[in-house]
Ligand binder design. Structure first.
Ligand SMILES: *[C@@H]1O[C@H](CO)[C@@H](O)[C@H](O)[C@H]1NC(C)=O
Length: 597
């Protein structure tokens, strides 16, 4: 709970208009963590007129250091803490203070440690206060003093960095954050190292991609964690990291569609990261990025990984229309992409979307997500089934098995014909249904999908031509029958070629990105497999024609038919079975990667 909501509880008004009555007693322990007064409005971002000084730069355990807050102009209130410089944003304090003047200053209990922070006692205007900091028995190497100063009700500076003091024997770092007047409300600070997935499901909820990855070990790990703060129950700490060119972001959404979402972005700006929130009204750039509502911001850039951390109040004031409360269930989106001129570009991969809604303030658990929308997965799976198995075996049968099983019939028709027709009908049906799924998903033409949707249209159109052509085919004894045969073969081959090409480009689509180059290799393997069987049977066909020529069986030559018998027939059936099995194996390999997208 922030200072203002604390006092608002008593004043029973949405806004506290009586500054003197709000925090003037200085009992501001509610602000221990983020040190924000929340006086309605943002902290000042310009240089502050206040300075923190210490009378020493090194210390030993148990030492006393005098810390002074002074200003070129007076202040109404302040909150002073000493923090571990390595994790200045973690909110944990170091050591205790002793008062010099107990009339104007008082000790506060932060993190259950009495005397770990100092504040004012009244709104009496002051220009200088001093206190003594006592180093603990087991101090961290570097301790930094930080102070929030309220000049006047709405004019305040949050977490002004003060001097850093070092434990005896520790070589001081070049003081960067202490000299920079970076004094925004969300004064960003560097993070000490990568986030860890230890504690996921125990102390925090995590969304990880690939599942179970640890950002500490794996630079390719996308990581989002949410830690509801036990101490105050009014804010949640978010940690977000992942490999990204320009930005990494997550969104809270009521549904699995982009639009009307509450988005949080960590945007790389040369060698810095800025963290902001926005309301995403449609499938466009986020508008009106803001930093309000975010506190304790820290970040890190290393090895192509963008990392940031911040805390957000569970409920935001009604000054933030469209922003969501955290005590509700949402789908979580995780996305990354490029940035140009500070503007966030479309994510370069499909966002990872949690498979379930998650109560942000709820019990810690490990969430599962997927980058492949169900409709697109189904589309891919059906198309692969159609063109790697049914269509492929169906055309293979028509190309090479017409003379086989001459004495058997299936439902009153030749065996090859029934198998061919059955498989091809299935292929056309699968293709037709699968074709429309992306339209249901996108609700429009897939604009950024390159040549793939055009190939898809051709495949569908040609696939539908085939059965129509077949229905109106001339009778077998007609002299136009060979025109049909030729056209049916040509259109079929063209369709199959286009379908295979569509599969090659399809597996690089962002909405169903299969592991690369593994999936491409599987498909190359499949094409090679199919081609070698075709070559084998072509060779066999030619050999048998030659043999027939030699044995003067003219009537068979004319119809390019030679009747294999006995062992030849068995071997050919076996070849068909092996082909179908091999195709299935390639298909299953790709389907399993579709499932895991
Ligand atoms: C700083 O001030 C404290 C308290 O007055 C004192 O105990 C300490 O010796 C001083 N340190 C230095 C280096 O002057």
């Amino acid at each position: 709970m922030s200072w203002v909501s604390f006092c608002c509880l008593f004043s029973m008004s949405a806004w506290c208009w009586l500054p003197a009555g709000c925090y003037s007693n200085g009992k501001v322990t509610k602000a221990c963590g983020n040190m924000e007064p929340h006086h309605g409005g943002q902290g000042q971002s310009g240089p502050s007129p206040y300075r923190l000084t210490a009378n020493a730069s090194t210390f030993s355990p148990g030492d006393h250091i005098q810390v002074k807050l002074s200003g070129t102009t007076h202040f109404d209130g302040f909150l002073l803490q000493a923090r571990d410089a390595a994790s200045a944003n973690s909110g944990s304090t170091v050591g205790t203070f002793t008062l010099i003047d107990s009339v104007t200053t008082q000790l506060l209990t932060c993190n259950k440690q009495p005397g770990s922070a100092v504040s004012h006692t009244s709104d009496a205007q002051q220009t200088e206060v001093g206190v003594i900091w006592n180093a603990p028995e087991h101090p961290p190497d570097e301790v930094q003093f930080v102070v929030t100063v309220v000049s006047h009700y709405k004019v305040f500076w949050v977490k002004l960095p003060g001097p850093t003091v070092y434990k005896q024997g520790v070589t001081p770092h070049p003081p960067e954050s202490t000299t920079k007047p970076s004094v925004h409300t969300t004064t960003p600070a560097p993070l000490p190292g990568p986030f860890v997935s230890d504690g996921c499901g125990q102390s925090k909820s995590c969304l990880l991609d690939p599942p179970g990855c640890d950002p500490k070990e794996d630079g390719g790990c996308f990581f989002l964690s949410m830690t509801p703060l036990e101490t105050d129950k009014v804010s949640v700490i978010f940690e977000l990291s992942g490999p990204a060119e320009g930005y990494i972001a997550f969104a809270l959404s009521w549904d699995t569609w982009m639009g009307n979402d509450d988005v949080y972005m960590c945007i790389k700006d040369e060698d810095r990261v800025s963290v902001s929130a926005a309301v995403l009204s449609g499938r466009t750039h986020p508008d009106d990025q803001t930093q309000s509502g975010l506190s304790s911001v820290s970040w890190r850039l290393a090895d192509g990984v963008i990392q940031c951390r911040f805390s957000r109040a569970v409920r935001l004031s009604n000054q933030e229309p469209g922003r969501y409360d955290l005590d509700q269930e949402y789908f979580l989106f995780l996305a990354s992409g490029n940035v140009q001129f500070g503007k966030v570009w479309k994510h370069n991969r499909q966002p990872l979307i949690s498979t379930h809604r998650k109560l942000i303030t709820g019990r810690p658990d490990v969430l599962e997500g997927s980058r492949g929308p169900m409709l697109m997965k189904t589309h891919g799976a059906m198309m692969m089934l159609a063109w790697m198995l049914t269509g492929s075996v169906g055309t293979f049968v028509a190309s090479f098995y017409k003379p086989d099983w001459p004495n058997q019939s299936l439902l009153g028709q030749k065996v090859w014909f029934q198998v061919h027709r059955g498989l091809m009908m299935l292929t056309v049906m699968l293709t037709t249904v699968a074709f429309f799924l992306p339209f249901f998903y996108r609700k429009a033409w897939s604009k950024h999908a390159g040549v793939h949707p055009y190939l898809g249209c051709c495949v569908l159109a040609l696939s539908l031509t085939q059965p129509i052509m077949a229905v109106f085919r001339p009778p077998p004894d007609s002299h136009r029958r060979c025109i049909f045969n030729w056209a049916h073969w040509a259109v079929g081959s063209l369709t199959e070629l286009m379908a295979v090409a569509a599969m090659f480009v399809g597996m690089h689509q962002s909405s169903l990105l299969l592991p690369s180059p593994w999936a491409t290799h599987v498909l190359i393997g499949y094409v090679t497999w199919l081609a070698s069987f075709r070559l084998l049977l072509l060779a066999q066909k030619h050999l048998s024609i030659k043999r027939s020529l030699r044995s003067d069986e003219q009537q068979f030559i004319l119809s390019v038919q030679s009747e294999p018998s006995g062992w030849g027939s068995v071997i050919k059936s076996l070849i068909l079975a092996v082909l179908a099995l091999g195709n299935s194996a390639f298909l299953v390999a790709l389907l399993s990667s579709v499932v895991n997208v």
